[in-house]
Design a protein around this ligand. Structure first.
Ligand code: GDP
Ligand code: IMO
Ligand code: MG
Length: 426
């Protein structure tokens, strides 16, 4: 069965580890949204791999990795990431990496604009990764983006760039930035084109062939449901749809069925600004941050930490149609005396069993907690459910009950094999 990996919180749930683990029994791994704002960490026998744009399956020999049309590609970054992996002995060639011909590009002008707009927002900034994701998606929807396939046709590329620069140079003049010269950006792209064009394919067509041949596909989501541009904590979100329904739109494989696995941290974290009802701005939050090494993979920012929010995860599971949860980083909680779980919200005397859409309400809303005893014994590296301390088992079972979705996998360390698989569909 195909599997779709989706973050059910604000990203960094541990998707990379799970994709890498499950890629063993998959043939094809597909990224379908986002870009190099993602930071997916894999730890294989002590060796750490950090992937932002390449699908996490790339580290396994014999697998096909696919970048679907829903992804925005910074070509310079792509070349850099391929080089970093090559240094670690990973072989990347047109037989194991396919890039959709209809992917849109992120250009240096996008990351410059991303950073300039954030600066202009001051205290109201979103806290983006500064990688040009938002401006690149804006250009895509506005129908002025440069697509990967344009790199194969210099004349058409020039025409498209002329059109793009009319908009961007007007914007840059307004922001007091120097204009961009057509020939500079044209040269930049034509110089790097030969390194990208060999990987270009009609991905929807290739995926259809692979699926028809019985190949197993793993869809690798980036970010998380609460960062989804429609369903997340707007405007403090990323600029793509991150939910499972995007998997098909973002690669063009129309006919497909998959098991949707919701990757979920045993607590909550968030990088960047925005509402976070269960945030712990105290020593417990600091303890989780330190013990969980909660630093952003892409930006090295400290991740904000808080209690598990069962309301938000339940909502995320419904939005995605999650079939099973992979509960990550359970080991991080092992030293706590007791733990709290958010089971509902209260706002102005009214109870809520969902997260209201209005940012002001999201900021003011108060969590209703249930308290549960800690386990205070080592869980790192445990590989059997029965070997978990009884209170840790109780915590897991309570989360399952509150979220209403089966816990299909439990992860107890960053290592690939420190995982407890509870659902034989995985
Ligand atoms: P992603 O963006 O969802 O792929 O997650 P990140 O890689 O950004 O962040 C997850 C971090 O937690 C990485 O450093 C992982 O190596 C690490 N990690 C994953 N699973 C576990 C686990 O079960 N326990 C611990 N302690 N760390 C984990
Ligand atoms: P992975 O795939 C966590 C956050 C940024 C910011 C907001 C918008 O590793 O889980 P953007 O640069 O996308 O315009 O930033 O989204 N963000 C992430 N947070 N994990 C990620 O990816 C993220 N990608 C973007 O911090 O708040
Ligand atoms: Mg990450």
């Amino acid at each position: 069965m195909n599997i779709t990996i989706i973050g059910t919180q604000w990203g960094d749930e541990g998707k990379g580890k799970v994709v890498d683990l499950l890629a063993e029994s998959a043939d094809v791994i597909v990224r379908f949204q986002g870009g190099h704002n993602a930071g997916h960490t894999l730890v294989i026998n002590g060796v750490v791999y950090k992937l932002s744009l390449l699908p996490s399956g790339i580290v396994r020999p014999g697998k096909i990795s696919v970048i679907g049309n829903g992804v925005v590609i910074d070509p310079e970054h792509l070349i850099k990431e391929m080089g970093q992996l090559a240094e670690k002995g990973i072989k990347i060639n047109p037989d194991n990496l396919y890039i959709a011909d209809n992917c849109c590009l992120i250009l240096p002008l996008h990351s410059e604009l991303d950073r300039a707009l954030e600066e202009a927002k001051g205290v109201n900034k979103i806290g983006t990764t500064g990688r040009g994701i938002g401006p690149a998606y804006e250009d895509k929807v506005a129908r002025r983006a440069i697509r990967v396939s344009d790199l194969k046709n210099p004349e058409y590329l020039k025409e498209r760039l002329e059109n793009l620069l009319v908009y961007h140079n007007a914007l840059r003049r307004g922001l007091g930035q120097p204009e961009i010269k057509l020939n500079d950006v044209l040269k930049f792209l034509t110089d790097l084109a030969p390194k990208i064009t060999p990987f270009i394919k009609p991905v929807w067509y290739e995926l259809d062939k692979l699926q028809t041949a019985g190949k197993k596909i793993l869809f690798e989501g980036a970010q998380g449901t609460l960062l989804d541009v429609d369903h997340g904590t707007y405007p403090f979100v990323t600029s793509s749809n991150t939910i499972a329904a995007q998997a098909q739109a973002g690669c063009g494989l129309g006919y497909t069925k998959s098991y949707k696995l919701g990757i979920t941290k045993a607590y909550t974290t968030r990088v960047g600004s925005g509402p976070f009802p269960t945030e712990l701005e105290n020593e417990i939050g600091q303890h989780i941050q330190k013990k969980g090494h909660e630093f952003g993979t892409v930006t090295s920012r400290i991740r904000r930490c808080g209690w598990f929010d069962a309301v938000l995860v339940r909502q995320a599971c419904k939005l995605n149609g999650i079939d099973g949860i992979a509960l990550m980083k359970l080991d991080v909680l092992e030293e706590l005396d007791s733990l709290k779980i958010c089971v509902g919200y209260e706002l102005d005397g009214k109870k809520f069993d969902y997260f209201p859409a209005c940012p002001q309400a999201q900021t003011r809303i108060k969590p209703i907690y249930e308290e549960i005893a800690g386990w205070k014994s080592t869980t790192a590296g445990v590989r059997k459910f029965d070997d978990l301390p009884v209170n840790a088992q109780k915590y897991v079972k309570r989360l399952e009950e509150l979220v209403g979705v089966k816990i299909a996998l439990i992860s107890t360390s960053p290592e690939r094999d420190d995982s407890i698989i509870l659902d034989n569909k995985l």
